[in-house]
Design a protein around this ligand. Structure first.
Ligand code: FES
Length: 157
């Protein structure tokens, strides 16, 4: 079959997409840009051992889910209704959590997420802090459930 010549509309759409990609690459750097295009660890987790849900001062909500195996995070995921920056930060917070113990999770801060990204828009740095805070909330939830189950086991013994 003969290939149709591209229409003016196709050219317009392609140029617009290239422009958006160029702007995103400049704003987020190569690491953030790739994650923006492919937001790993996105989605809710029905069998999470700990979840955090926080609405930031910007009005966006971030959720983080943690699944533990023994004393380490086996799996992590996130969900947000926020901007592209919050998607990138949620994705990195989840990625950084995997394989960590509760003590190591405490070390994941907004600064650490920003360091991992290296290039990030100044005006969106709060998204990294929201992701880190939500992760700590998920850890908190896990620790509370753990303490409760230990109490129940002790009482039953
Ligand atoms: Fe609200 Fe990114 S989390 S602007």
């Amino acid at each position: 079959m003969k290939k149709q010549p591209s229409s003016a509309l196709d050219d317009f759409v392609n140029n617009l997409q290239n422009q958006i990609f160029d702007e995103a690459r400049t704003a987020y750097g190569e690491i953030g840009f790739n994650r923006w295009r492919n937001p790993l660890y996105m989605g809710a987790m029905s069998d999470a051992d700990g979840c955090g849900c926080i609405t930031g001062s910007c009005g966006d909500t971030m959720e983080i889910f943690l699944k533990f195996d023994k004393n380490k995070v086996l799996n992590a995921s996130y969900r947000t209704n926020g901007c592209g920056s919050s998607t990138i930060c949620g994705s990195f917070a989840a990625e950084m959590a995997i394989g960590k113990t509760p003590d190591e999770l405490l070390e994941i801060t907004g600064e650490k997420i920003l360091q991992t990204l290296s290039v990030f828009p100044k005006e969106d740095e709060h998204c990294a802090f929201l992701a880190a805070e939500t992760l700590q909330e998920a850890l908190n939830d896990f620790m509370k459930k753990l303490a409760k189950s230990k109490k129940i086991r002790t009482a039953a013994a």
